[in-house]
Design a protein around this ligand. Structure first.
Ligand code: UDP
Length: 234
């Protein structure tokens, strides 16, 4: 399978068409952005690490019965995926308070939430991906009620699987972001799951093994991603 035309370039990935109209190649870049792209940089070999980490996570989720766009790893930075139409909603699942939830509600970082908390954001970079609710989704026709129900169920189910997956690696899943796609009338998990899109804290030490090291200039960013890769592939 070869790359033919570039059809989309995002902050961290590029999508290419292939000979098969139903399949795309997702290429992982080293570029990193934070705070709605106000902070930009690169994380050396991030694309390689995230491609392999995301592949392992997708393979695990598939083994647990979750439908995803992932088909196979083609090279260090290339992943073969099903071509979906992305639902323009970012779905965030939180187990402990961090990031924007702390800012929004004045919570201490790390507060244990009484239940996993779902948030929806409108996927629109120029607005900074604002927080929205199910009424906005219905009013703007971003997704049908049935799609929102399916997406919510899948997101919570994925959270349960991923919490277990990471805990076995001595990592606590604090929060993460998901994107879903429409594929032949169905909703499937798309995009990526990696240290770019999750908050991952080492159990015991509380060490951050995710993009917060880049957001907050904490140093040892590559080492943190490398450590996640080492554990997921061990
Ligand atoms: N997240 C992401 N992409 C985004 C926004 C958030 O992958 O465009 C992830 C982020 O890495 C974290 C979770 O979603 O794991 C919740 O992010 P939050 O809303 O706290 O935003 P932040 O504080 O990162 O701006």
């Amino acid at each position: 399978m070869n790359k033919i035309d570039k059809i989309y370039e995002g902050k961290a990935k590029i999508l290419y068409t292939t000979q098969d109209p139903d399949l795309l190649i997702q290429y992982f870049k080293d570029d990193a952005t934070a705070f709605n792209a106000q902070k930009k940089g690169t994380i050396s070999e991030k694309g390689v690490m995230n491609n392999h980490i995301a592949a392992k996570i997708f393979e695990y989720l598939v083994s647990q019965g979750i439908e995803t766009h992932f088909l196979k790893t083609l090279s260090d930075r290339d992943m073969l995926i099903k071509k979906v139409s992305i639902v323009p909603i970012e779905v965030i699942v939180r187990n402990r308070a961090a990031g924007s939830m702390c800012r929004l509600l004045g919570l201490a970082e790390g507060l244990h939430l009484a239940c996993p908390t779902l948030e929806f954001c409108y996927k629109e970079d120029k607005l900074g991906d604002p927080l929205i609710n199910e009424y906005h989704i219905r009013a703007l026709k971003l997704a049908t009620d049935a799609e929102v129900k399916k997406i919510s169920q899948m997101a919570l189910e994925i959270n349960e699987h991923l919490k277990k997956f990471f805990l076995k690696l001595n990592i606590e899943l604090i929060d993460f972001k998901l994107e879903f796609g429409r594929y032949h009338g169905d909703i499937i998990l798309a995009d990526e799951i990696s240290p770019d899109t999750c908050r991952l804290w080492e159990v015991g030490t509380g060490n951050k093994l995710d993009k917060d090291r880049f957001r907050r200039d904490m140093g040892n960013i590559e080492e943190a991603y490398q450590e996640v890769l080492r554990r997921v592939t061990a």
